[in-house]
Design a protein around this ligand. Structure first.
Ligand SMILES: Nc1ncnc2c1ncn2[C@@H]1O[C@H](COP(=O)(O)OP(=O)(O)O)[C@@H](O)[C@H]1O
Ligand SMILES: [Mg+2]
Length: 442
């Protein structure tokens, strides 16, 4: 991420940077036993403004952890602060091993590693070095909350030689002051989906409502079920739901509205893209999505999930085998995901029983009945188009067996025709023509 001009002056963390600068110079003075009025790093009080705590979303960050986070941020916020680590060891005419550090491809400054952390915090204290190692393990909140990690340790090289990398997510928050919402890319195959519609705009069969509401209840109150009632011993974490039914019946809409109602982001992953196109890299990219979703409490919405069910047996080519491997990986991750996962598919026949058993709910989105279609038309057609003849229009329209998605297509078509004819009233000719055209599509 590009460093922005003026970040330092306007940065929330000005006080923390000043504190960290003192930490670094003191650690060097102490190490080289130069004259120094402070005899321990821990006497340098960190700012008590709570800025770092709120940025990182953790109000119990320890002194040492603060050092690690600030060190990770420095190449982005204030790289020159680390230039002291370039001093040469005159005895050997090379840089000091104990400082660690990487040199970037284009970045001229010092890029800290785990070794740099160990130098500042542990110095020559071997016991303390061990403790530094635990800060980069998978159990530590640095890893679990996707704050930072050590990366790129060479084969056979010491663990602490990995580069100290702040996550994009954390960096974004520090630089922009708001939550990071990643964009869809080849490396991040998920997209945030939103809707202008509200819960009341959704027209569904009564039974489907009930089923969806159960999912809402789970999202709102799973902690009562799992913790207060102690059922986490027996029940698998998370909730997996399968939406199936013809296209345009509101599966995507329902998933999006569940998120909106519960104030949770919904990320859509198009499986038809994944399973076929990005073979090889897929696992890594999917892992990124799952990890983020877990930390951020997103709903994961897998669309076009049919590609998961079909073609699982034929393994003629190495591509097929690869695809099968991806599918197996994905199913496992879905099953282990501790949050809410919704899969959507147009088919049902292909879904085998073994597969359905993995879902806490299977919800059928049927084509709307004539009554429901009337409701849809009434909600979607602009009142001003119809005038006094509203009832008649609705009656005509709802006879056509169309899904909610098709109904919106008809309305779009009518709007375009009306503009072409420069009229504000929908005449029956235009309406019927659009209706007929749309029903022929099937
Ligand atoms: N049950 C429904 N209630 C309200 N609007 C619907 C419904 N079904 C479809 N629509 C309309 O059609 C659009 C497309 O539906 P979508 O949710 O993408 O269908 P699916 O995912 O089942 O293919 C929606 O954005 C919405 O405008
Ligand atoms: Mg859809």
């Amino acid at each position: 991420m590009a460093k922005q001009k003026g970040t330092i002056k306007n940065n929330e963390l000005t006080a923390e940077i000043a504190w960290f600068q003192k930490i670094i110079s003191t650690s060097i003075n102490l190490y080289f036993q130069q004259e120094c009025e402070i005899d321990s790093l821990y006497k340098i009080e960190p700012p008590k403004n709570g800025k770092l705590e709120s940025l990182i979303n953790n109000d119990t960050i320890t002194f040492d952890e603060k050092i690690v986070i600030m060190l990770g941020l420095m190449p982005h916020l204030y790289p020159q602060i680390l230039d002291v680590f370039f001093i040469q060891n005159k005895n050997f005419n090379r840089s000091y091993t104990e400082f660690g550090g990487w040199k970037g491809f284009s970045h001229g400054g010092f890029l800290p590693t785990g070794e740099t952390v160990a130098f500042i915090i542990a110095g020559e204290d071997i016991e303390k070095r061990k403790y530094i190692g635990t800060m980069f393990e998978k159990e530590h909140w640095f890893y679990k909350n996707n704050i930072l990690r050590l990366e790129g340790v060479g084969n056979g090289e010491p663990f602490l030689s990995g580069q100290l990398l702040i996550s994009d997510e954390t960096l974004y928050k520090v630089l922009k002051g708001k939550e990071y919402k990643p964009d869809y890319s080849v490396g991040f195959p998920a997209k945030l989906i939103t809707t202008e519609l509200n819960w009341e705009d959704m027209v569904l069969d009564y039974q489907v409502y009930e089923d969806i509401n159960e999912l809402n209840t789970w999202i709102k109150s799973s902690n009562v079920i799992m913790e207060d009632w102690g059922l986490n011993r027996f029940l698998k974490a998370g909730y997996r739901s399968l939406f199936y039914g013809p296209p345009g019946t509101g599966k995507t809409l329902a998933a999006t509205l569940i998120g909106k109602k519960n104030n949770i982001d919904v990320y859509r992953i198009d499986l038809s893209m994944i399973v076929s196109k990005y073979i090889g890299e897929t696992e890594k990219n999917l892992a990124k999505v799952f990890d983020m979703a877990e930390n951020r409490n997103w709903i994961l919405f897998f669309d076009e999930a049919d590609s998961l069910f079909g073609k699982r047996t034929s393994t003629n080519t190495s591509n097929d085998r690869h695809a099968n491997q991806e599918v197996a990986y994905l199913l496992q991750r879905i099953e282990d995901f501790p949050g809410t996962v919704i899969l959507a598919t147009n088919l049902k026949s292909n879904i085998d029983e073994a597969f359905s058993r993995r879902f806490q709910s299977v919800i059928y989105f049927s084509m709307p009945t004539e009554d429901l279609r009337a409701k849809l038309w009434l909600k979607m057609l602009p009142k001003s188009w119809l005038g006094k003849e509203t009832n008649e229009y609705i009656k005509i329209a709802s006879r056509y067996e169309l899904s909610g998605g098709s109904i919106s297509n008809v309305i779009r078509k009518c709007a375009l025709r009306m503009l072409a004819k420069q009229t504000n009233i929908l005449d029956k000719e235009i309406f019927k023509e659009a209706l007929n055209k749309e029903s022929l599509k099937k």
